[in-house]
Design a protein around this ligand. Structure first.
Ligand code: ADP
Ligand code: ASP
Ligand code: MG
Length: 405
């Protein structure tokens, strides 16, 4: 008897009829003799709606209370799903994060899973129930409700699969698997049969939201194979696993984009030791993750410093940085939310020269200006104007021949 963890995303449970459809699917797998743990997201649009409500109440909602509010989205879907299963003649039991219990750190909105108790789930499974767990939520040491960050239900599912030593973790979503790029942006995108943890990690960290990055970190650490597949078909999807054949053969294997970052520039920063540390100290202390950082060469003792942060942290960053800028005598702070980061990714890039050059040429041919560049062994990222994102993704996909295996 296998233990299967299945996770269904927001669009998969977006209506009463869709929840019934998911219940039927889960029951089919259950009837094959499997023990089932089902992780659900909030119904499509619910989490955004809850955040909007909070922002109507106050522009800067208290993080603890915001987590209490956001966690209600998943409570609704697990309850409705369990009702549907029971209606179809099978037994089910919904569990919230604190009931499981999923223990996390206390960083509201971005909590990390520390440990998962499995007695309760194991008990319900042995009573022949389909167990449904609310994704995206946990509790901290002091007993407060926490959430794991947007897209966090993926992480709940993979962490549960690791803790329960499940045979497989299936992530059901609204596309057929992991593609060479977002199939909703580029119709030529090609579904991959398998992808390595390493490449999936890179794709997730660069914006491919098909899997949340922490879920891939968990999968890699505990060697959990993930099967990403569609809720709306029975097709085999994409396996995310340790190593795949032919990885090194192609230089570029996927394209990702991220519209969720904003750019901050501090003009004419006095150029002497300790300044960068002073600027970033307050940002890091606020738990804000800085992505790209570019510092210009010094001119008459002054330099410009530019970096990117997640859009939800933009206003806060501008406030913090403006205070430091004044203190250190910098000229001014500029911000831009209308940017996007487009990245080419490939493990094989290590052994292929000229990849970055081809990316720059391809963007130039479309008259797309590159604002910032960063590179690593297995990716090149360019920040561009947000309005060119889709065009950039499509031309790069074509330039690197990704539509053909
Ligand atoms: P869910 O609600 O099921 O968690 P998400 O919206 O979080 O679904 O993730 C699925 C979406 O990820 C797809 O609809 C697709 O637009 C997007 N996506 C971005 N990059 C990729 C990619 N490389 N392969 C597949 N989907 C991708
Ligand atoms: N409902 C949460 C979100 O929208 C978590 C998830 O869907 O994975 O981010
Ligand atoms: Mg998701």
């Amino acid at each position: 008897m296998a233990l299967v963890v299945q996770k269904f995303g927001g669009t998969s449970v977006g209506s009463i009829e869709k929840i019934r459809n998911v219940a039927r699917r889960v029951i089919d797998t259950f009837k094959e003799g499997n023990r089932m743990v089902v992780v659900l997201s909030a119904m499509a649009g619910q989490t955004d709606g809850l955040i909007k409500l909070a922002k109507e109440m106050t522009p800067d909602p208290d993080p603890r209370e915001l987590d209490v509010l956001m966690a209600t989205g998943e409570q609704v879907s697990v309850a409705l799903f369990s009702m549907a299963v029971k209606d179809m003649g099978y037994d089910a039991c919904s569990l919230l994060g604190f009931q499981v219990a999923i223990h996390t750190s206390d960083l509201y909105g971005k909590a990390r899973i520390h440990e998962i108790d499995h007695e309760r789930i194991t008990h319900e499974l042995s009573a022949n129930r389909i167990v449904t767990v609310a994704g995206f939520q946990g509790l901290d040491e002091a007993g407060n409700i926490t959430t794991l960050g947007r897209g966090g239900s993926d992480t709940t599912a993979v962490a549960l699969a690791a803790a329960l030593n499940a045979d497989v973790c299936e992530i059901f979503t609204d596309v057929e698997g992991v593609y060479t790029t977002d199939p909703h942006v580029c119709p030529q995108a090609r579904k991959m049969d398998s992808i390595s943890y390493e490449e999936m990690l890179e794709m997730a960290s660069l914006g491919a939201k098909v899997l949340e990055i922490r879920s891939v970190e968990f999968a890699k650490k505990f060697n959990v194979p993930i099967h990403v597949r569609s809720t709306f078909s029975n097709e085999r999807g994409t396996m995310v696993i340790g190593e795949t054949k032919d990885m090194e053969k192609v230089a570029v294997s996927s394209i990702a984009y991220n519209k969720n970052e904003a750019r901050v520039t501090i003009r004419r920063v006095p150029d002497h030791p300790g300044i960068a540390s002073q600027i970033f100290d307050s940002v890091f202390k606020a738990g804000i993750v800085v992505d790209m950082i570019v510092q210009n060469t010094s001119e008459d003792g002054y330099t410009d410093l530019t970096f990117t942060v997640p859009k939800p942290d933009f206003m806060k960053t501008m406030k913090l940085v403006s205070q430091v800028a004044e203190k250190i005598g910098a000229e001014k702070v500029l911000g831009d939310e209308n940017i996007a980061k487009v990245s080419i990714i490939g493990v094989g890039m290590r052994s292929h020269a000229g990849v970055a050059k081809k990316m720059f040429e391809t963007l130039a041919a479309e008259n797309i200006n590159i604002i910032m560049i960063s590179t690593s062994e297995i990716k090149v990222s360019c920040v561009i104007e947000e309005k060119y994102t889709e065009l950039a993704v499509r031309v790069l996909h074509e330039a690197f021949g990704l539509e053909n295996p």
